[in-house]
Design a protein around this ligand. Sequence first.
Ligand code: FNR
Length: 182
Amino acid sequence: MAKIIAISGSLRKASFNTGLIKAVANMFPGQVDVGSIRDIPLYDGDLEASAGIPTAVEVLKDQIAESSGLLVATPEYNNSMPGVLKNATDWLTRPPADIKRVFHGKPVALTGVTPGGLGTALAQSAWLPVFRTLRTRPWFEGRLMISSAGNLFDEQGSLTDQKTQHSLRQFIDGFLQFIEDG
Ligand code: FNR
């Protein structure tokens, strides 16, 4: 059975993007592991040289390497990707000798949620050169961009809107099919 590792690019407690990832985990029990970028420090080459790869990075690298696919829910900041998620991704590529094990050929699905009107379209596009550089296998057939999140999630960040739940299920079903088709 395909197993997805799902990562939110937000550290906010009531994050819409984390709420989306949690909704996926609830919809597909046993098929989704939720990864975390919370304890990943700012990338610093001196820290890497003196202390090596932080445990939180090693854990996430192994989770991605062992998964059959990576799902990323990206917030959009200033029409691009959020720094915390790019920083985590940069750590995940250290040391470079591990990039093959972690990323090469890895099926990747991108989605994102915003309270604004453009559904993280620009943040999702900003990720494309990164996932290409890492030689992943991006899944392009499905596209899920969620706008006006304030109407779709409750105050704790749980996805409550049924239409969005339906779109999300279709999106993940498509990604799982892509993984299984190899
Ligand atoms: C934002 N936000 C935002 N939204 C958007 O649709 N396009 C954008 O360019 C930006 N820019 C932006 C910059 C910065 C610095 C912040 C803090 C926020 C709003 C953003 O979508 C909103 O805060 C979301 O709630 C962030 O996602 P989480 O934390 O709810 O997952």
